[in-house]
Write a protein that binds this ligand. Structure first.
Ligand SMILES: CC(=O)SCCNC(=O)CCNC(=O)[C@H](O)C(C)(C)COP(=O)(O)OP(=O)(O)OC[C@H]1O[C@@H](n2cnc3c(N)ncnc32)[C@H](O)[C@@H]1OP(=O)(O)O
Ligand SMILES: N[C@@H](CO)C(=O)O
Length: 248
């Protein structure tokens, strides 16, 4: 246990550019103090001692602002930076060399019992205020953006951001996130296609009507022309006499 605590102490110099003096780290890093309390509480919890582990956890929370349930499994070289508002649930598992910032919750969804908190792989960074909820698996070398809410498993070597958390980098390659403000509007596409079709049909009808009116005009010119011939004039006269009653 002593070597684990020494590693908890040393890792701070490696991970925090703000860490300068050992006195500073010992007295002014609530993350270190919370881990110290937790390692003791976790031992007592594991051997089945009632109440005392929770009391230690509660005192630690009072001093550091960090709440770690005694049942949580915390790996080596874990660093909780700043720490205020961090809550780590009973069945959480935190891999080695993980970095957790203030305001992080490793919590349950409220819908599960038994193993209901997340499992974090090694070398995970959980950004300030991020919420990782449910019995989900976060792979190794994952970076969770500040303020994200992660509700599903995340494969190793990924960066996740947003609410709900979405992978934006996988093994260093940018993954295009779904742009909700740019989704295709299928109903608008159908309506557009129908309007185009109607416009086309209207043009075709107009062409037909124009063609027809030209034909009708030609026909009437032809009829007019024929009615002016002498034989037509004689026929007209006969017909007229018939209707006048003058007989044939
Ligand atoms: C006092 C203190 O300092 S406490 C410490 C607080 N710091 C933290 O909590 C660190 C957490 N780190 C982060 O949130 C980082 O932004 C990371 C790890 C998620 C991403 O870092 P990088 O890999 O460098 O990604 P990068 O900066 O290129 O951003 C990629 C895209 O994700 C977006 N993005 C980055 N972080 C977030 C976030 N937390 N939430 C939503 N979107 C984000 C960026 O805007 C960018 O989008 P765009 O390409 O559409 O412009
Ligand atoms: N402690 C970290 C984050 O605040 C830094 O100083 O960069």
């Amino acid at each position: 246990m002593l070597s684990t605590l020494l590693t908890d102490f040393r890792i701070i110099f490696e991970r925090d550019p703000a860490a300068r003096h050992w006195l500073e780290v010992l007295f002014c890093y609530p993350g270190l103090q919370a881990l110290l309390f937790h390692r003791l509480a976790h031992r007592l919890y594991n051997i089945g001692i009632p109440f005392v582990p929770r009391l230690i956890s509660h005192i630690s929370r009072f001093i550091t602002g960090i709440e770690i349930h005694p049942g949580a499994t915390v790996g080596n070289s874990v660093f909780i930076d700043h720490g205020m508002g961090v809550v780590i649930g009973e069945t959480s598992v935190i891999g080695d060399y993980t970095l957790i910032y203030q305001g992080v919750t490793l919590g349950g969804t409220g819908k599960e019992s038994g193993k209901r908190h997340p499992t974090l792989g090694e070398n995970v960074v959980v950004g300030a205020g991020a919420k990782v909820l449910g019995n989900i698996l976060i792979g190794n070398n994952v970076r969770i953006g500040a303020g994200s809410v992660v509700l599903r498993d995340v494969p190793s070597d990924c960066t996740v951001v947003g609410i709900p958390g979405r992978v934006i980098y996988r093994s260093g390659v940018r993954v295009a996130p779904l742009e909700h403000n740019n989704l295709p509007d299928s109903e608008a596409q159908v309506i557009r296609a129908l309007v185009d079709r109607i416009e086309l049909m209207e043009k075709q009808i107009q062409n037909l009507e124009e063609k027809q009116s030209v034909e009708v005009e030609n026909d009437s010119i032809l009829i007019n022309h024929l009615s002016q011939t002498p034989s037509c004039r004689i026929q007209d006269k006969i017909i007229q006499q018939f209707f006048d009653g003058s007989g044939i």
